[in-house]
Design a protein around this ligand. Sequence first.
Ligand SMILES: [Zn+2]
Length: 68
Amino acid sequence: MSLREYGGEGSDDSGKPKIFDEFDCPLCNANNPYGDGFKEKDEIRCYYCGQEYKVKIDDNGKLKLKEL
Ligand SMILES: [Zn+2]
């Protein structure tokens, strides 16, 4: 779908990994700002409950967190 917009500046489909700067913990629902940013295959930790997640991005560019 967003491939139609390819070529514009700032496109997410240009091969660069998508960087997120926050996530909502699936376990405790806390919002975790991540100042350094994270991307697919990074491992992140919820600051509130301590659960660690492996970051995955689905085909729609949405964040998926897999519990470690
Ligand atoms: Zn949590």
